[in-house]
Design a protein around this ligand. Sequence first.
Ligand SMILES: N[C@@H](CCC[C@H](N)C(=O)O)C(=O)O
Length: 279
Amino acid sequence: MELKFTKMHGLGNDYIYINCFDTVIESPETLAITLSDRHFGIGGDGIVLIMPSSIADAKMRMFNLDGSEGKMCGNAIRCVAKYLYDNTIVAKEELTIETLSGVKTLSLYIENGLVEKVKVDMGKAELIPEKIPVLLEGESIIASPITVGTENYEITCVSMGNPHCVVFCHDVDNVKLSAIGPLFEHNALFPDRINTEFIEVVERNRLKMRVWERGSGETLACGTGACASAVAAVLNGHCEKNSDIDVELLGGVLTIHYTDDTVFMTGSCTKVFEGTINI
Ligand SMILES: N[C@@H](CCC[C@H](N)C(=O)O)C(=O)O
């Protein structure tokens, strides 16, 4: 079967997008593994299916490099909005997309008729206290101590629809992510596995982040991870609520705005190429 695809990325977090308005993908888990391979496939951090929805303008499903399904993907949802608008499937500058973690509302920034940037209402952040005993002191959360491998870390766990473990550190460039990331991902504390963000506070309201994603390994950016990190930074007293927080990722900068009601994420979305592959 010939399959059409579009390769897109949000700050280098790259996925293979498949229009499923009139195509049915029988086994997206297997397809994600095959197509994402950077040597024997198209290459990407996973695949994203763009489909019809009965409750929103469209629906997305995303699958990591290892075939596991993510409930939400901040970088992919901006690219899905771009795909829908640029291909005149949804001709609206404010649109809704159904995900496994609910319906999200997105506002598009358009230049020369194409979407360049998107602001997403990511919904309310949830803390994950049932997994880790979290101590409260005023409005801040004192990060919880855990031992991973042979090292001790302080973590703050936040759900943005998918689970994140945020670790503050002093020199993020020198974190040995390929060694430490898998130890967090497969730690017994997280039976569903976890996305782990290592965060250096650059200055008030500016963070530097590297991420080890559940199911994909180190990626150049993670939208839900940037939101979770900004929330954790506010709760730990490093950043302020109700103001823009810039998160520097390997692939660029995301701007996060955390309020009592929701978390907003603003960032770019880019089409790289489209093609056809025999599967
Ligand atoms: N890259 C993403 C998150 C993708 C899903 C994640 N790996 C999971 O399994 O929860 C983002 O931009 O948010």
